[in-house]
Design a binder for this molecule. Structure first.
Ligand code: CTP
Ligand code: MG
Length: 241
């Protein structure tokens, strides 16, 4: 079984505010994307990492990765390639999948925006796919109660439609792991239907395949807003202490 990780890193990071594309911003001096590549390559299962760069930034990303090489023992088993991405996350993932060599049968899709995922989570996801699950997502129970609302523009009060039972909800993280053929088929069929999706497992669900959840980790949170940068840098500082 050959396992590859696809890292979509082509987003602008609008919610993080003005600056470089999100994946290229530094956390304690090292670009977020470099942290994410290291996190995937740290898993012994992963022998290839495909980084999906901003469409006009593949050369810059290649240079950046070359300037932050993997540890020698990790580099020996892990190849890192860079391909240009697309306008949506879904398109970027599809471009990453298109770059996989034929012998890859298990694919992990991991957001560059989750730079601090522990290797145990990567191993657990890869292991569950290798053990036969077509799609595996790491997830955590929610701290907050969630309300479904009728969205209203412009800060108007929003009517509540319902309150799903919190104990049955999970907040989903990455890496999400897949049997390659299942994920490729899901991307093809969801694209043909002209539909969008906010995660890869959602597409697999839509084509009627089973998705299972394994435990995620607090440190696999997504860097989305400015406060998340503060948290990420604090986590890194604690790891070095
Ligand atoms: N992504 C991508 N290609 C896109 C859009 C997003 O590869 N066209 C990637 C991002 O780089 C990120 C991951 O998908 O690693 C998750 O997306 P998100 O956290 O939403 O990042 P951005 O889209 O960059 O942020 P924002 O939505 O705030 O602009
Ligand atoms: Mg986005």
């Amino acid at each position: 079984v050959r396992t590859a990780a696809v890292i979509p890193a082509a987003g602008r990071g609008v919610r993080l505010g003005p600056g470089a594309p999100k994946a290229l911003r530094a956390l304690n001096g090292t670009p977020m994307l470099v942290h994410a590549v290291r996190a995937m390559a740290a898993s012994r299962a992963v022998s290839l990492v495909v980084v999906v760069a901003p469409s006009d930034g593949a050369t810059e990303v290649r240079r950046l990765l070359d300037a932050h090489p993997l540890a020698e023992s990790v580099a020996e088993k892990t190849e890192v390639v860079v391909v240009p991405g697309g306008q949506t996350r879904q398109e970027s993932v599809r471009l990453g999948l298109a770059a996989l060599p034929e012998d890859v049968t298990v694919v992990l899709v991991h957001d560059a925006a989750r730079p601090l995922v522990p290797v145990d989570v990567v191993d657990a996801v890869a292991g569950a796919v290798r053990a036969g699950a077509p799609a595996v997502v790491p997830a955590l129970p929610l701290a907050d109660t969630v309300k479904q609302v009728e969205p209203r523009p412009g800060g108007e009060p929003e009517p509540v439609v319902g309150t799903p039972e919190r104990a049955r909800l999970r907040a989903v993280q990455t890496p999400q792991g897949f049997d390659r053929a299942t994920l490729v088929e899901a991307h093809e069929r969801v694209e043909l239907a002209g539909e969008g999706a906010t995660d890869d497992a959602g597409m697999v669900e839509r084509i009627g395949r089973d998705v299972v959840v394994v435990p995620g980790h607090e440190e696999a949170f997504k860097v989305t807003r400015p406060l998340d940068l503060v948290l990420a840098e604090a986590v890194l500082a604690r790891r070095r202490a």
